[in-house]
Design a protein around this ligand. Structure first.
Ligand code: UDP
Length: 402
């Protein structure tokens, strides 16, 4: 861990200095203004990961940034999980009692939390109904991180009655947005190049971590880092590897976590273990949530990074892999399609065979792979780093606050 909190000026080592200067210029316009983020968890998931990184940087540039987390019962989180699935297009059942639970917990949190800020940013559906009960002083923005392009209608219509009360909404991709009578903005998620997961590592550090994880570096490594989730298609990855392996020697590393409260995660993990059984060149790693450095080292040791998702929100692992200078082969889904420029920063694929074909092509054309990795890192530098994200947020604050 760094010895002191990171300052904006630390980022001059990775992005052009004029990017940092622009952030300071924008920050002058919102000095002393307050920005409050509200979500439903402090650990786990991409949103919490990003908030941990944003808050100190906003504070460093003079914005009074805060972060509140709503609390709720197990029943509440079961309801919001159903919302999550329904909004991403799965058919779910909602009873009157479930909707009452959702509203009741939002009402309690609105009474408990101090939500007075110039800009209040509410993340995802869980706390979306706070706006119904809070006394509203500043501008309220709903920040949606999920794909709601084809939602189950009943769930969306219920949620929409709250969303239309916001001053604006932010989506991660143009195609994730919905028809709404309020202004909508597009902000891509981002990674922090100076975090433990993404900071530079020496060759010795990478080797030591790979040794500890028992992964020899004797042949090319294919890597997918993901929760054990069917939408990430780990079985498809194993099948693609098996096709490749008939012709080209390599190892496959599938690294990811599963949560105790996610029975499906454990089930998918056991299917993956079964599919991998008997092959000493397939390494299935179950990682704790604190494994940032391990993920960093694995991505740096990999020859090719895979993210063969069938369905995806944004897919931060793609930007993480690209930042390590690696070509990424990803499923044609969600935000993967805006990060991978076909044939330039990697390849998007639509099948196991397509994935195997592109892996073989890159394994046999190391110069192409190297150039793609270089392009990928540069593309992330321009588009998916936290500094770009800060600019987008500051520009939005300036435009909302006048
Ligand atoms: N991740 C992690 N440990 C794991 C699996 C994933 O820290 O075992 C991280 C990964 O590095 C990335 C995030 O969790 O930063 C996953 O974000 P992504 O958008 O790729 O997928 P999601 O899990 O949100 O669907």
């Amino acid at each position: 861990m760094p010895e002191r909190p990171l300052r904006l000026d630390d980022y001059r080592q990775v992005v052009p200095s004029n990017t940092i200067d622009l952030i300071y210029r924008l920050a002058e316009r919102v000095q002393g203004r307050s920005l409050l983020h509200v979500n439903s968890t402090r650990v786990g998931g991409g949103v919490a990961e990003m908030l941990h990184r944003y808050i100190p940087l906003f504070q460093d540039i003079g914005v009074e940034a805060g972060w509140e987390v709503i609390s709720g019962s197990d029943a509440f989180f079961r309801v919001t999980k159903s919302f999550h699935n329904a909004l991403q297009g799965q058919e779910q059942v909602f009873t009157e009692e479930m909707l009452r639970t959702y509203l009741e917990v939002n009402r309690e949190n609105a009474a408990r939390l101090d939500l007075a800020a110039d800009v209040v940013m509410i993340h995802d559906p869980q706390p979306a109904a706070l706006i119904e009960y809070a006394s509203r002083k500043g501008k309220w923005i709903w920040r949606c991180h999920i794909d709601i392009s084809r939602p189950q209608r009943r769930a969306w219509n219920f949620l929409r009655q709250f969303i239309v009360k916001y001053d604006a909404a932010i989506f991660s991709l143009p195609k994730f947005s919905q028809r709404l009578p309020i202004p909508q903005y597009l902000i891509y998620p981002s990674i922090d190049p100076l975090s433990e997961k993404n900071r530079d590592l020496t060759g010795e550090e990478v080797n030591a971590i790979l040794d500890r994880l028992n992964i020899p570096r004797d042949k090319p490594i294919l890597l997918q880092v993901s929760r054990f989730d069917r939408f990430k298609d780990p079985i498809g990855v194993i099948n693609a590897y098996r096709i490749v392996k008939k012709y080209d020697d390599c190892r496959l590393v599938l690294a990811g976590g599963t949560a105790d409260d996610d029975p499906e995660g454990a089930q998918v993990l056991s299917e993956v273990m079964e599919a991998a059984a008997g092959d000493p060149n397939i390494h299935v790693l179950l990682l704790p949530p604190t494994a940032d450095l391990e993920i960093n080292a694995l991505q740096r040791a990999a020859t090719i990074i895979l993210q063969k998702s069938i369905r995806e929100g944004f897919g931060l692992t793609v930007a993480e892999g690209m930042w390590k200078g690696k070509p990424v082969i990803g499923g044609f889904a969600g935000g993967i399609t805006v990060q991978i420029i076909y044939g330039v920063t990697g390849y998007t694929v639509n099948s196991v065979e397509g994935c195997a074909f592109r892996i073989r092509y890159l394994l046999n054309n190391p110069e192409v792979a190297r150039q793609m990795g270089e392009n990928a890192r540069e593309y992330v530098r321009q588009n998916f780093l936290i500094t770009r994200d800060l600019i987008d947020h500051l520009a939005l604050m300036v435009s909302l606050l006048g």
